[in-house]
Write a protein that binds this ligand. Structure first.
Ligand code: ADP
Length: 277
């Protein structure tokens, strides 16, 4: 495939992220289009650690529901580049902003694909820990793929100090703030389900579901909303199946939350299996 960075031509900037820039690039010989994430080599150690983690996970994953990595290029002491498949629809976060809220049928298809991706990751003992609209990429075919493994965790490793506060705190599950109350049998995997529930709910209602309009999303407000408030739910107008699905994802006690395989056979997912939208 692509052997050298010089085989690629930069077309445009797709976005800026943690310590780096993502470009749309074209392979000169084949004209194939890719996304190239370039991270500065002189970034701080936290960013560096995240990049290595992302690279390690992208190297070992192989699933149609996870963004594919086509190569890693390193210029020692300069920068790292990660060549990925190009997703022409951008993230679900930008899709929400440009197209508005999504229908139940679209969300059933999106949720199924994210669950398929999580099923794969969890079977590889990987917890994503940062599932949110901005980390889910889409293309024109409405294929949805999980991206951004900077704070993910490979479960066989021992827990690092302060480890539970990585990720975007808004989508973090109650047991990650308070394992004594909400985490009997806490194993980490259930946290991804909570974040998926919040993500799907947000794409339906159009705003982050745990805060009211104008409320400042600071750490203390979020922690109070997540740990002391009731779990957010869908408006009355949503179908019973959809309401039930969200309720199963947003059980505050992690041991009562449904697992990936249970959710894959939930009627909200199973009834649209295979239908196009
Ligand atoms: P962050 O570190 O902020 O999570 P990234 O550095 O991974 O984000 O990506 C920054 C932006 O680049 C994303 O928000 C998205 O718009 C775009 N992007 C990232 N990867 C791809 C891809 N494979 N295909 C298309 N666009 C992408």
């Amino acid at each position: 495939e692509v052997d050298r960075l010089s085989d690629l031509e930069k077309l445009k900037v797709l976005g800026h992220g943690n310590g780096g820039t993502v470009y749309q690039v074209r392979h000169k010989r084949t004209s194939a289009i890719y996304a190239l994430k370039v991270v500065n080599g002189d970034c701080d150690t936290t960013v560096r650690r995240q990049i290595f983690r992302e690279i390690e996970i992208l190297r070992r994953t192989d699933s149609p529901f996870i963004v594919r990595c086509h190569g890693i290029f390193e210029k020692p002491s300069e920068n790292f580049s990660i060549l990925m498949e190009y997703m022409d629809g951008g993230t679900l976060d930008t899709l929400l902003k440009s197209h508005g809220t999504l229908s139940e049928l679209s969300l059933s298809n999106i949720a199924r694909q994210v669950l398929d991706g999580l099923n794969y990751l969890h079977s590889q003992k990987i917890v994503h820990r940062d599932i949110k609209p901005a980390n889910l990429l889409v293309n024109q075919k409405m294929e949805v793929k999980i991206a951004d493994f900077g704070v993910s965790k490979i479960m066989c490793r021992s827990l690092e100090p302060c480890d539970s506060y990585v990720g975007t705190c808004a989508y973090m599950s109650p047991e990650r703030f308070d394992p004594d109350t909400y985490g009997s049998n806490y194993n980490g995997y259930a946290a991804d389900i909570w974040s998926l529930g919040l993500t799907i709910l947000e794409l339906y209602v159009g705003h982050f579901p745990l805060l009211s309009a104008g409320q400042r999303p600071d750490w203390a407000t979020l922690m109070c909303a997540i740990c002391f408030g009731g779990p957010p739910s869908l408006p009355e107008s949503a179908s019973e199946e959809f309401k039930s699905f969200i309720e199963c994802c947003l059980q505050k006690d992690s041991s009562e939350r449904w697992t990936v395989s249970q959710l894959l056979s939930h009627p909200f997912i199973a009834k649209n299996q295979g239908s196009e939208n």
